[in-house]
Design a protein around this ligand. Structure first.
Ligand code: SAH
Length: 241
């Protein structure tokens, strides 16, 4: 895995100073790509001031309208959360997150997603991520400043992935992994197919989609596997019509 393929996504950041401090933390550790989802103020003088020399990353930052847009092309996304959630989602610490990432192919793109200063990430946003990453901190004071959280994650990425380009683990697949947008398309297809065959009642969906997303996210589907699953869904829909 290459550090340059790790994308930092900041969702609805309120203070532009935090955006600047985040790119400084990124550049210190060799990360390059920043995506901003609906930043409140950007570009902004406070962001440039706090970037202190990392303003090339600010200039290259991509501004997106939705998290789904920011995740296009990524095979894995990690949602950073200060809180442990009521929904159970696969959870890792920053070192485990870096280890998973360092085992991916050099061409794989991944995202580290950070939430709003006051409210973090919503459950819906977290569900678009494969894993929740939590920095173990004082349980009575566990919320780090946004840029400080970026720093901790970026440092672990550097420790795990720099040097010879990162160690390659055993689970490298030869078919490229399915990207977040391909998975989103698959989940829409799965939901529709389950409705069509009468398995999912849209009036009473319960936790079904959330549980299935968790199952499929855990298995790191490659593109071929995703196509097989979509083929099965289409066949089931056809037979049912
Ligand atoms: N008050 C918010 C915290 C926001 S801090 C809440 O309760 O969720 C801003 C962002 O920094 C968070 O959304 C998260 O992405 C990151 N962050 C802060 N502390 C963190 C921690 N201990 N572990 C992981 N991410 C953290």
């Amino acid at each position: 895995m290459k550090l340059s393929n790790i994308r930092v996504v900041l969702v609805q950041t309120t203070h532009p100073g935090n955006i600047g401090a985040a790119v400084r933390a990124m550049k210190n550790m060799g990360l390059e790509k920043l995506c901003l989802v609906e930043p409140r103020h950007f570009p902004h003088a406070d962001a440039t001031a706090r970037a202190s020399g990392a303003d090339d990353l600010l200039a290259a930052a991509v501004v997106c309208e939705t998290l789904e847009d920011a995740l296009v092309g990524c095979v894995l996304a990690f949602g950073a959360s200060a809180r442990l959630r009521t929904i159970t989602w696969p959870q890792v610490d920053p070192r485990q997150c870096a280890s998973v990432i360092s085992n991916l192919d050099d061409s794989a793109e991944v995202a580290l997603v950070f939430g709003r200063e006051h409210a973090g990430l919503t459950n819906e946003e977290l569900e678009q991520c494969h894993y929740l990453v939590h920095i173990p901190a004082n349980p009575e004071f566990s919320s780090l400043n946004l840029a400080a959280a970026v720093q901790v994650l970026a440092y672990e990425m550097r420790m795990a992935c720099s040097g010879d380009g990162g160690s390659r683990g055993g689970d490298v697949t030869h078919t490229p992994l399915a990207t977040a947008d391909e998975l989103a398309g698959f989940y829409r297809h799965l939901e529709q197919a389950m409705i069509d065959i009468g398995f999912l009642d849209p009036a009473n969906p319960r936790q079904l989609m959330r549980r299935l997303r968790r199952l499929f996210n855990r298995s790191h589907l490659d593109r071929m596997e995703l196509n097989i699953l979509r083929g099965i869904l289409s066949a089931a829909q056809k037979n049912n019509s």
